[in-house]
Design a protein around this ligand. Structure first.
Ligand SMILES: [Zn+2]
Ligand SMILES: [Zn+2]
Length: 131
């Protein structure tokens, strides 16, 4: 799906989300984008994030204690591991999630259209640092 007009600032924001690999919040996106175009404002970032979300271009995730992060929308579900030590976000996929959804739907008569699983802990590097 495309947004018209795709202004220079919109393109810059989308390119930035893509380059970073997603999982960044509005303020971080603003910080990175304003390094390249200092005329961009935080209000513009918020407005465009809302627009991108409405057009299904990006997805909003609630990582790092419910804070809203954004990433490009793509096919296939994936979930997230968030390191409490260094803050990095890792992605994982598991066929068990599909099974869980099927079970939840069957047992609760509930139709699931979004699963957001955010697992917190420590990545390998941070676990080694603690030893
Ligand atoms: Zn870590
Ligand atoms: Zn992700």
């Amino acid at each position: 799906m495309m947004i018209r007009p795709l202004t220079t600032q919109r393109k810059l924001l989308l390119d930035t989300i893509r380059e970073v690999g997603g999982h960044l919040d509005a303020k971080e996106l603003y910080r990175r984008a304003s390094e390249k175009d200092e005329s961009i404002s935080l209000a513009t970032v918020y407005r465009n994030l809302r627009l991108f979300k409405e057009h299904g271009i990006i997805e909003e995730r609630h990582l790092r204690r419910g804070c809203c992060c954004y990433e490009m929308r793509r096919s296939g579900e994936h979930q997230h591991l968030v390191c409490r030590g260094c803050g990095q976000v890792m992605e994982f996929e598991s066929p068990l999630i599909g099974k869980l959804v099927a079970e939840v739907e069957r047992k609760n008569g509930f139709s699931v259209d979004k699963v957001e699983l955010c697992i917190e802990g420590y990545c390998r590097n941070c676990t080694e640092d603690k030893r």
